[in-house]
Design a binder for this molecule. Structure first.
Ligand SMILES: NC(=O)C[C@H](N)C(=O)O
Length: 511
């Protein structure tokens, strides 16, 4: 008997359509896997066995009645805990939202439910999506299935780890500066950030509204395209949502045609500063694309060098404003200041925010309020916005010379838990190659390029495409994946998680 958890979402969907397995079986198999390994991986913050199985029963029922179903109907999925799920806890990895049960679903969650994807639970993340390792989660870090002593990336490390550990065939992530792509890179999985506005942000707990974008975390490029199609498309509830059909991502992934396509290597985000093994796998992957008929050009985007600095002014500015709503008055944690008899509202707010936010969140709120304060606004925030425009111009010029741009996704493979925790700059540098796409609003995809020689850990390959041409990145990604699978004789597989020592720490969701 095949182990259902080892199949891709497309393979599970196929077997469901042919009625070889039921959604209840597929869902139960993944719940069993979570029970067996999540004590070690800690990918989940909440598990909803009952809700997932109920959704699975419903879709099996509809299938048995011969109803027309969505292509992924019955395939279970995990959702990052920054996305609102009605009746299920949603904490964004923060203590300040502990116990909050949203009264509504995010649009993308409604779409998952309508398409019949059972939701297994909510995945761990850095608090409010600030970080590159999940170590800033208020509920403890997730662990990389390739080596449990290493980080699974962040902020969506839980989603990536769940997919890499076969706890879920699909997961939802969000990417503000790399939080889908960098975790994908370090866990040997696939992650796609759609064009800004391609997937509705309604119901995402906002980090930086002009940068946030939700997208798929999977183990194959085709699976990512299939999920993209389910969650993408216009939503009147999000004023920045693109009012146009979803680009033909599935067709592009199936065709995987790159003959004559111009692939641009961005000088500023490869080579120097990248781990040699990561760089080497990147270069070999480019060669594979050339062997399959693509052309390579080198492009230069000089302002990318200022990308990280601009991001760390724009993001904190927006975050400080978005996070102002966590004031202990409407929802979440409320703490009374110690030793004050009848505290004012302001004193309660201050005490609650002090107790409810972690250090990284506080750091960014302080940075953001400073950058926006009168007298400094033009010098910092205004200047960063100008850099953002220049980055968009660099991209526009590069896309004149190349159809897609490529780079390693992250500078290194997974580092050890604790290694960068006390050094914010070192943590921020993980996103040096992914941030420019968020600043310009263009789509990006990461897929595994192999294991680095130094440590035998996964390295990521990033593909960037012009806005609304998400199909191009899926086409190139699928072509490279096919070439790599041919070379390796199949996908990369992490070592077996045999110990299963700990019970899952995630609580069954309160119902
Ligand atoms: N949400 C993201 O994309 C996070 C990015 N790693 C940051 O710390 O801002």
């Amino acid at each position: 008997m095949t182990d259902i958890t080892r199949l891709t979402a497309a393979e599970i969907a196929d077997r469901l359509t042919r009625k070889e397995i039921s959604s209840v079986e597929a869902t139960q198999a993944h719940l069993d896997r979570i029970a067996a390994v999540d004590g070690d991986v800690h990918a989940f913050l909440h598990i909803d066995s009952e809700g997932a199985l109920a959704a699975a029963r419903e879709v099996d029922d509809r299938r048995s009645k011969g109803e027309a179903l969505s292509p992924l109907a019955g395939v279970p999925i995990a959702v990052k805990d920054v996305v609102a799920t009605q009746g299920q806890p949603t904490t964004a990895g923060s203590k300040i939202l502990e116990g909050w049960i949203p009264p509504y679903d995010a649009t993308l969650v409604s779409r998952l439910r309508a398409a019949g994807l059972p939701i297994l639970g909510k995945t761990n993340m850095d608090e409010f999506a600030m970080g590159s390792s999940t170590e800033h989660s208020a509920y403890g870090p997730s662990h990389n299935p390739w080596d449990l002593e290493r980080i699974p990336g962040g902020s969506g490390g839980g989603s990536a780890a769940a997919v890499a550990a076969y706890e879920a065939p699909l997961a939802i992530g969000t990417d503000t500066g790399g939080s889908i792509r960098q975790p994908a890179a370090v866990t040997g999985t696939v992650g796609a950030k759609p064009t800004y506005g391609g997937v509705s942000r309604y119901g995402l707990i906002a980090l930086a509204s002009s940068l946030d974008q939700a997208g798929p975390c999977t183990r194959s490029v085709l699976d990512a395209a299939l999920l993209h199609e389910v969650i993408g498309g216009h939503d009147p509830m999000d004023s920045t949502s693109i009012d146009a059909p979803v680009p033909p991502v599935i067709a592009a992934a199936r065709k995987a045609d790159i003959k004559g396509l111009r692939i641009g290597i961005v000088k500023e985000i490869s080579g120097e500063g990248f781990q040699p093994g990561v760089q080497q796998r990147f270069e070999e992957s480019v060669q594979l694309l050339v062997d399959r008929g693509a052309e390579v050009v080198e492009v230069s985007c000089p302002t990318f060098k200022q990308g990280l600095a601009a991001y760390y002014l724009i993001l904190p500015s927006e975050a400080s404003s978005n996070l102002a709503k966590f004031d202990a008055m409407r929802y979440g944690l409320r703490v009374s200041p110690e030793g004050v008899d009848s505290p004012s509202a302001e004193q309660v707010m201050a005490a609650s925010r002090d107790a409810g936010f972690g250090d990284e969140v506080k750091r960014r709120i302080i940075l953001g309020t400073y950058a926006l304060s009168s007298g400094y606004y033009d010098a910092y925030y205004g200047q960063a916005q100008k850099v953002r425009t220049l980055i968009a111009r660099d991209f526009a010029a590069a896309f004149e010379k190349a159809d897609v741009l490529v780079s390693p996704t992250a500078p290194t493979t997974a580092f050890k838990l604790g290694d960068k925790l006390d050094d914010p700059m070192a943590m921020y540098l993980n996103d040096v190659a992914t941030i420019p796409a968020n600043l310009a609003g263009i789509p990006g995809l990461s897929l595994p390029s192999g294991l680095a020689d130094e440590d035998a850990l996964p390295a990521g390959f990033q593909i960037l495409a012009p806005a609304t041409r998400d199909d191009l990145m899926y086409g190139v990604g699928a072509a490279l994946e096919a070439a790599l699978f041919e070379k390796w004789g199949g996908p990369l597989t992490p070592p077996e998680l045999t110990s299963a020592t700990a019970e899952p720490t995630a609580k069954e969701a309160l119902r």
